[in-house]
Ligand binder design. Structure first.
Ligand code: FES
Length: 114
């Protein structure tokens, strides 16, 4: 793993854009948490929730590794699922994802359904 930094832009539910950088191998979930970006992660990246749902906004979606079955299963529970929806804890910063733009949906669905 190198010390090179890669960037990602989060579009917050209020429309604000926040571009941040992180090291290779960092998931977008933990990148968000490191930068006070409000992306939920109820199961802490163990693929047992859909609260880290993000919508990939640019052509990066096609460059991403395909979602594994467990991610697909959880995405089925995501609120406002779109064709470019992914789970933020499964998206990893690297050369291919450098510059990725993701939107954080305005609502999530979690186990307590609040
Ligand atoms: S944090 Fe639960 S699946 Fe990503």
């Amino acid at each position: 793993m190198s010390d090179k930094l890669y960037s990602a832009t989060f579009i917050l539910p209020d429309g604000t854009k926040k571009t941040v950088q992180g090291k290779e191998g960092t998931s977008l979930l933990f990148l968000a948490h490191d930068n006070n970006i409000p992306l939920e992660g109820a199961c802490e990246a163990s693929l047992a929730c859909s609260t880290c749902h993000v919508i990939v906004k640019n052509d990066f979606f096609d460059k991403l590794p395909e979602a594994i079955d467990a991610e697909e299963d959880m995405l089925d529970y995501a609120f406002g699922l779109t064709p470019t929806s992914r789970l933020g804890c499964q998206l990893i910063l690297n050369e291919d994802t450098d510059g990725i733009v993701v939107e954080i949906p305005s609502q999530t669905r979690n186990m307590s359904n609040k």
